[in-house]
Design a protein around this ligand. Structure first.
Ligand code: ADP
Ligand code: UDP
Length: 235
């Protein structure tokens, strides 16, 4: 499978068309952005780590009954995926308080929630991805009730599988964002799962092993990504 044309260049990935109208090639970049693209930088090695980590986790999820866009890893940075119509919702699951949730509710970070939460943001850069609920999504025609129910079911399943898996690596899954797409009428998991899109804390020391090190200038950003990758054991 070969890249044909650049279809889209995002903040973290490039997306190319292929000879197959049903397949795309995603190419992961080392570029990092935060705060709505206001902060820009490079995390050396990130592209390869995020590509390989996403594919590794997507295989685990497939085995647990969550369909994903993964077709085939081409090389360190590039993967062939099913071309989907992205549902314009960022689906966020939280197990512990952190980030915008902690700020909004006046909570410290790292408080275990009594039950996991699910929330939606409307994926729209011009509007800065506003927080919405399922009624808004229905009212705006972003997804149907059936799609929202499937997305919510898969999102909690992804949480259950990833929480258990990361725990086995000594990592606490604090929260994460995922995206889904439509593929021949079916909802499947798309985009990525990586330290860019998950908050991952060392279980013992609570050291942050994710993009918050970049967002908050905590230092050792590359080391954190490498440490997560090392624990996956897929070198
Ligand atoms: P952003 O658009 O937020 O800057 P990226 O740099 O990660 O994000 O760009 C990748 C884009 O590709 C995202 O908009 C994402 O929704 C989209 N995407 C991810 N997986 C697929 C897929 N299987 N088919 C079509 N689009 C996808
Ligand atoms: N997240 C993401 N992309 C976004 C917004 C959030 O991947 O555009 C992830 C983020 O890395 C974290 C989770 O979603 O793991 C929850 O993020 P939060 O709402 O706390 O926002 P933030 O504090 O990152 O602004």
């Amino acid at each position: 499978m070969e890249k044909k044309e650049l279809l889209y260049e995002g903040k973290a990935k490039k997306v190319f068309t292929t000879q197959d109208p049903d397949a795309l090639i995603v190419s992961y970049k080392d570029d990092a952005t935060a705060f709505d693209g206001q902060k820009k930088g490079t995390i050396v090695g990130k592209g390869a780590i995020n590509n390989r980590m996403t594919n590794h986790i997507f295989k685990l999820l497939e085995a647990e009954g969550v369909p994903t866009h993964l077709i085939e890893e081409l090389n360190d940075r590039e993967t062939v995926v099913k071309k989907v119509e992205i549902v314009p919702l960022e689906v966020i699951i939280r197990n512990f308080s952190a980030g915008s949730f902690a700020k909004k509710l006046g909570m410290e970070e790292g408080i275990k929630l009594l039950s996991p939460t699910l929330e939606f943001s409307y994926k729209n850069d011009d509007l800065h991805d506003p927080f919405i609920n399922d009624y808004y999504a229905l009212a705006l025609g972003l997804a149907t009730r059936e799609e929202i129910d499937v997305i919510s079911k898969y999102a909690f399943k992804v949480n259950q599988v990833m929480q258990k898996y990361f725990a086995s690596l000594g990592i606490e899954l604090i929260d994460f964002k995922i995206e889904f797409g439509r593929y021949h009428g079916q909802i499947i998991l798309a985009d990525e799962v990586s330290p860019d899109t998950c908050r991952l804390w060392d279980k013992e020391t609570h050291e942050k092993l994710d993009k918050d090190r970049f967002r908050r200038d905590l230092g050792n950003v590359e080391d954190a990504y490498q440490e997560v990758f090392r624990r996956l054991g897929i070198q």
